[in-house]
Design a protein around this ligand. Structure first.
Ligand SMILES: Cc1cc2nc3c(=O)[nH]c(=O)nc-3n(C[C@H](O)[C@H](O)[C@H](O)COP(=O)(O)OP(=O)(O)OC[C@H]3O[C@@H](n4cnc5c(N)ncnc54)[C@H](O)[C@@H]3O)c2cc1C
Length: 312
């Protein structure tokens, strides 16, 4: 909406809303996702076309999406944050290969209702993929700004709050109506305290989401707020899912397919999946660094290391 041409907006936005189109995100490469600006996938101009070559990792939903939102290097001689461009490419373009990368959620399969984690992500390969210049999003070599803006927005949103609420409601409903071999967790004061604590944490997710959405709605820019939310919500997810399996005892740690698993292993699968959200869309370690630098104005770790070296 903010970087596309009028033609791109007319072509994509209505069909994205109606779900006829969907995008996979082609950012991460085998050499590392945290240092995204070091990407190597290249797009070389050839008349009205670009020719793309390279490999992407963890391209989730590439097997089911109609398009890829691909970040590629268009100027190898420029500093690493420059010379990057974004392309909107149909997945059926010749030269694109998608190979599955199965995750811990795949075997055994996570049951319906699991709130966390992809069962499958992908590796994608680009071999002489020719795309028309109209696939370029924004200006050539200015893709870093467009991509960062998208990533910042991607890190906030109601979905994490909704996931927390759904999971917290799940456990409240479960402990209200169930007992395990005569023990009723819903009546245990320690468990009631813990559930209340987790619920309060979920409300923090809600407030952070509301703050970010309000900034966006009022036309403001946020710098660290999305990163702060991207630390709090995934770590809350890990704390909650782990606490739930501890509350419910060893049977809650059994996976789908096990005869004594509670709710087909849903709680155990939620624990395993919750770790994914601390990595994807930017790892919590990198997000903490952004909060320190952009939110609190602390020097970057690299500059404080070299200052120390100089001082010594
Ligand atoms: C399930 C899943 C789905 C994903 N889906 C997509 C997708 O659809 N599209 C896409 O493009 N990518 C996707 N990713 C990739 C994800 O964004 C990257 O995994 C993430 O950015 C980390 O990159 P990396 O795995 O290469 O780790 P690396 O970059 O190699 O980092 C390794 C470790 O070092 C830490 N680290 C690195 N640099 C710093 C630093 N400066 N300060 C502190 N710690 C640091 C990281 O936190 C991490 O723990 C997905 C990942 C997962 C797990």
């Amino acid at each position: 909406m903010s970087a596309g041409t009028e033609e791109q907006k007319r072509h994509f936005i209505p069909k994205l809303i109606s779900r006829e189109f969907s995008f996979a995100l082609g950012f991460t490469e085998p050499s590392g996702g945290a240092d995204l600006a070091s990407l190597r996938c290249s797009a070389v101009r050839d008349g009205d076309y670009y020719v793309i070559n390279g490999q992407k990792m963890y391209t989730s939903t590439a097997h089911s999406s109609t398009h890829i939102y691909l970040m590629a290097r268009t100027d190898k001689s420029a500093p690493k944050h420059e010379g990057i461009s974004i392309f909107l490419i149909p997945m059926d373009t010749p030269g694109i290969t998608v190979r599955p990368l199965w995750t811990i959620q795949n075997n055994p399969k996570a049951p319906p209702g699991t709130t966390y984690g992809h069962a499958r992500t992908n590796e994608t390969f680009y071999d002489d993929v020719r795309v028309h210049k109209s696939c370029l999003l924004g200006e050539e070599n200015k893709g870093w700004r467009v991509g960062s803006m998208g990533l910042n927005l991607d890190r906030v949103g109601a979905s994490r709050y909704l996931i927390s609420v759904r999971r917290d409601e799940d456990i409240v409903n479960w402990v209200k109506g169930n007992s395990i071999e005569g023990y009723s967790p819903g009546k245990d004061p320690a468990i009631r305290d813990k559930i209340a604590e987790l619920w309060i944490e979920a409300q923090v997710c809600r407030l952070m989401t509301m703050r970010s959405m309000s900034i966006v709605e009022h036309g403001g820019n946020f710098t660290y707020e999305g990163s702060a939310e991207k630390v709090w919500a995934p770590e809350h997810g890990v704390r909650t899912t782990e606490a739930i399996t501890q509350m419910l005892g060893p049977y809650a740690q059994l996976l789908n397919g096990s005869a004594r698993a509670i709710r087909k292993g849903l709680f155990a699968h939620n624990v395993m999946g919750s770790f994914q959200s601390g990595i994807n869309h930017g790892s919590v370690q990198v997000m903490r660094d952004q909060v320190a630098r952009r939110g609190l104005g602390l020097p970057s770790a690299r500059s404080s290391r070299s200052a120390k070296k100089g001082g010594a």
